[in-house]
Design a protein around this ligand. Structure first.
Ligand SMILES: [Zn+2]
Length: 354
């Protein structure tokens, strides 16, 4: 197992203290040497994450006029979001390396997840969150024993403050957005999906995208399985963003978008104006002929209510953004009435009642 740069393809030893390519500073992914039959898999810290159910949304499908829509219930993970998949592998690697103090910045879900897995591994954690993060998420991070640092202003300020703190203390920056182990752990979402659906993969997977870890991990996994011949066709991957934070949508659709420093969104989990793995997000969308669409605040909240009322699923607004996005893609005829669609319910509604 080794780290590989996404840009210059140079390889380096896999180590949780290395976050970017030593040669060109681009993000890294984990790769395996196929010539070694017993290559080393990352060790994990587990709370029983993964193995989430896929259910058909019959009433919702009728309401939106698309024959088959499925949800994968990532909200049922141990801390209430899909981030537990990444935390399990990232904290496992950090624990194996004997590191005892880590720093993370998060809009809430990743912070809570990292704090939980770090608690189980006896690692001390500092989480930098936007002051505007939902109270339930901040309370959750606090109860796991992490030190919470609330940062005024938008999401990106929390990242900057976390960097400053890392420089002052020398603690490890365990960023879920850039750490290759976190991305590797998140791949279990798509491995599971293929295992559950076999050759009945959906035509489309619609994913809410901020920094893009779930989208990129899904792309890498499907590409890997296609190359191996384990699957014969791949779903199109679509990225949904809030119209207030839509750098990917602007790039993919070649439209103008100016970031407003004072912008806020009910979908706090995708409030990123400058994702560190930007190029990988574009590749993940384009290579399988996917698309990107933005949604309004009103539609995000409207679809959260619709999913709760029609299917009994209480999700956070970041997750319902993808369901609102399905509507937007159907309006543009990118997704047709007889297509099959899968949407991950990325986070539990109890974490963000908004
Ligand atoms: Zn490089």
């Amino acid at each position: 197992m080794y780290f590989e740069c996404i840009d210059c393809a140079s390889s380096t030893i896999a180590n949780p203290t290395i976050l970017r390519c030593p040669d060109c500073n681009s993000p890294l992914i984990i790769n395996y040497d196929a010539s070694q039959s017993n290559y080393e898999l990352p060790k994990t810290i587990t709370l029983g994450e993964g193995n989430t159910s896929i259910i058909e949304l019959t009433r919702f499908s009728q309401a939106i006029g698309i024959t088959k829509v499925y949800a994968k219930l990532e909200n049922t993970n141990p801390t209430g979001s899909f981030k537990d998949r990444g935390s399990s592998v990232m904290i496992g690697a950090i624990s194996s390396a004997g590191i005892k103090d880590i720093v993370e910045d998060s809009s809430g879900n990743a912070g809570a997840s990292v704090a939980a897995y770090a608690a189980r591994a006896n690692i001390s954690t500092h989480i930098f969150v936007p002051e505007s993060a939902p109270k339930a998420k901040i309370d959750q991070i606090t109860v796991y024993g992490a030190t919470v640092h609330k940062v005024p202003g938008h999401r990106d300020n929390a990242t900057k403050k976390a960097h400053d703190f890392v420089s002052q203390t020398g603690f490890l920056y365990a960023s879920h957005n850039i750490n290759p182990y976190f991305l590797e752990g998140t791949k279990s979402f798509a491995f599971e999906l293929v295992d559950q659906l076999k050759n009945n993969l959906p035509d489309h997977i619609v994913i809410p995208v901020g920094n893009g870890s779930l989208l990129i991990a899904t792309y890498l996994t499907l590409k890997h399985l296609k190359n191996l011949g384990s699957i014969t066709r791949v779903p199109k991957l679509h990225a949904i963003q809030s119209e207030r934070f839509m750098p990917i949508v602007a790039e993919v659709n070649d439209t103008q978008w100016q970031f407003d420093q004072n912008a806020t969104t009910v979908a706090g989990g995708i409030a990123s104006s400058n994702p560190p793995r930007f190029k990988q997000i574009l590749t993940s969308i384009n290579e399988f002929n996917g698309s990107a669409a933005s949604v309004t605040e009103e539609s995000i909240l409207g679809y959260r209510s619709l999913l709760a009322e029609s299917e009994g699923i209480y999700m956070e607004p970041t997750s319902s953004a993808a369901f609102a996005g399905l509507h937007a893609l159907a309006d543009k005829n990118i997704i047709g009435p007889s297509d099959t669609v899968l949407i991950p319910v990325t986070g539990n509604g109890l974490k963000d009642s908004n």
